[in-house]
Ligand binder design. Sequence first.
Ligand code: ADP
Length: 583
Amino acid sequence: MINSDSMSPTQSFKRIWKNYGKEHLFSFIIANLFMILIAGTTALYPIVIDYAFLSLEEANWSKIIFIPVFIILLTFIKGAALYKQTVIINTLVQTIIFKIQSSLFNSLLKLDLDVINAIRVGNLQARIMNDVNLMKEALIRSFNNLVRDLFTLIGLIISMFWLNWTLALAVIIVYPLAVFPIVKIGKRSRSLSNLMQEHIGKSSAFVTESFSGIRLIKSYQLEDVQNKKANTYFEELKKIIIKVISTRAGLEPVMEIIGGIAISLVILLAGWQIVSGTSTVGEFSGFISALLIAVGPARALGTLNSVLQEGTAAANRVFGGIDSRSKVIDDGNAEEIKTFKGNISFKNIIYNYSDKNIAALDNINLEIVAGETIAVVGPSGSGKSTLVNLLLRFFDPYSGDVLIDGKNLKNIKISSLRKNIAIVSQDTLLFHGTVSDNIAFGNQNAKQLDIESSAKEAEADNFIKLLPDGYETMIGENGANLSGGERQRIAIARAILRDPAILILDEPTSSLDSEAEDKIKQTLSSISKNRTTIIIAHRLSTVTNSNRIIVLDKGKISAIGNHDELLEKSSLYKKLALLQNIE
Ligand code: ADP
């Protein structure tokens, strides 16, 4: 959905450089200078060997003693240059990758809710961590191989020509044989890499969902079922990874065999030249060492294409994510509204999710008066959450309008709309941080006094004060060290602190035991006063006291009334009540 598969390796590299790398040109140049120094010092080895043979033949002691000193000096220079180059290139690539990761995260976070739901969280996670990592590998390899190894090879070829041009020519003719398999294997790597990333995404989505639904899994004793499913995912992934590795491994023997052909050819030619007296053993030894030194960089360059193709497949997915834009955006004339009264109208609303043929909401007309508390009930899938999502403009209706205080949502700034609405839902998300941080989550500049008074109103102050560090107590990643009721009270305090004109209670008590539920219900009804409140409920017991209950059925309003009226006139409501033993 948010892939772009059009860029070639060169195009993706250009984009990376233009958007993220260009300002680091200076360190890039310095790294290249070090790489050229590495290439130059490496290319000198064969010549030193030839020189050593010559000195040995001449039995010239003053020349012989000079050679080890020179070699040590050479290795010192090369070692230092290697160190500097590695540090500079890795720092550069990490900096570029950090920027890419950050803009990808930023773009994905701003996507519309329906798109995010369709992609699945684990997939997004795989994109941000894995794909970006593949890009990093490809970038490091390209920088290192394209300059350092290529220059080293060029340097070695120059040395070879300097030592013996006929042998050098023979080598140069053999190596292009590798191009055909390299290109073929590269292409296969790219398509396999796409497949692999898709599977990593799916597996990662499965893992994320398993752990976020851990309570359900444990309570239904689904561990073994999940385990089996996980194994199917991992097994499939294993097969694809083995394919990727086997494809890539095909290159090593190709490079090895071509190296073997080159060395055999050189021995044959050199042997003939030495026998006929046109070449020396020194030249031959220097030449063979040049060939052996060249094996490493030649192999790295040979396998570079595969890594590049994999990196490009990842870059296409990453840039697809970075380029994706939310459809819900502020209109140029959108108004900033400080406070709402809280009148809400849904007018002729039709909405259907892009992958469904049936409308999730089908011609909804509903007026809610400021300060009113209404309840929305209906079977699962009847459209309750979709209704709320439209009110928050998580997405826009296919047709029809949502208005607050007579103003179309499309003409209100999204930030001011969302500032005036707070949700307390069944899955209370507490973030890693202190209790205060969690209450102030939607209100970064809140004063401690206000945080505490919201907590008092949510009746959370008492238990917070008993925590080891009071309001400064750290809460685990998902607030695991608090009870369900306590977590819910923190969520309520968070909503109160925003002082919203509109409050949405999305089954906030559904995961609580009945004692905790009764207490929370009292708190909720006290904070609902003077606010437009929409209660979404699966369980009718939550809403039997409401003056107005809307019954949704398959995206349509099938009845409106209070509990007693609905028991009379709505067969669906009656059925739901019977199922839940409510009279
Ligand atoms: P409820 O909150 O009453 O359970 P929803 O508003 O979640 O109902 O769903 C209404 C309809 O829209 C259902 O048919 C559901 O399958 C569908 N739906 C909900 N969310 C999505 C989504 N992210 N993608 C596709 N279809 C969805």
